[in-house]
Design a protein around this ligand. Structure first.
Ligand code: THU
Length: 127
């Protein structure tokens, strides 16, 4: 099924990236989260003038999906210009709420992507 392919998930993450509200850092991040039932949840980073109130794209997607009643996931895609890996707190939340799903990371601009697992991004996790 095409919509389950990494490239489709990355495309959806780019849709979310275009919704990012990042006027302070100008670093635009998008995330798409594939649920077990093939539903896709999107997230973008949302910054605040009170800087620490900013929320990352990954956690916007994960928290939103959970709030809407979804608990089982099978993949996540993250895009940003520099193919940035998730921050520490996002790694912890991925570990706790997604588990060992493929993590596709792309710059959203060419057809390349990296595949990671939370085991390589967050070895020896807390919990
Ligand atoms: N950001 C994310 O959305 N995800 C990450 O994993 C790292 C950082 C956002 C937060 C902030 O809006 C901007 O990128 C610069 O740090």
């Amino acid at each position: 099924l095409g919509y389950m392919e990494p490239s489709y998930l990355i495309e959806q993450a780019v849709v979310a990236q275009n919704r990012a509200r990042a006027k302070y850092s100008k670093f635009y991040v998008g995330c798409s989260l594939l649920a077990e039932n093939n539903e896709i949840f999107l997230g973008c980073n949302i910054e605040s003038a009170a800087y620490p109130s900013t929320m990352c794209a990954e956690r916007v997607a994960i928290y939103s999906a959970i709030a809407q009643g979804t608990t089982n996931f099978k993949a996540i895609a993250i895009v940003s210009k520099l193919s940035a890996k998730p921050c520490g707190p996002c790694r912890q939340i991925i570990h706790e709420y997604l588990g060992d799903v493929p993590i596709y990371i792309s710059n959203g601009q060419d057809n390349n992507y990296e595949t990671h697992s939370i085991k390589d991004l967050l070895p020896y996790p807390f919990g």
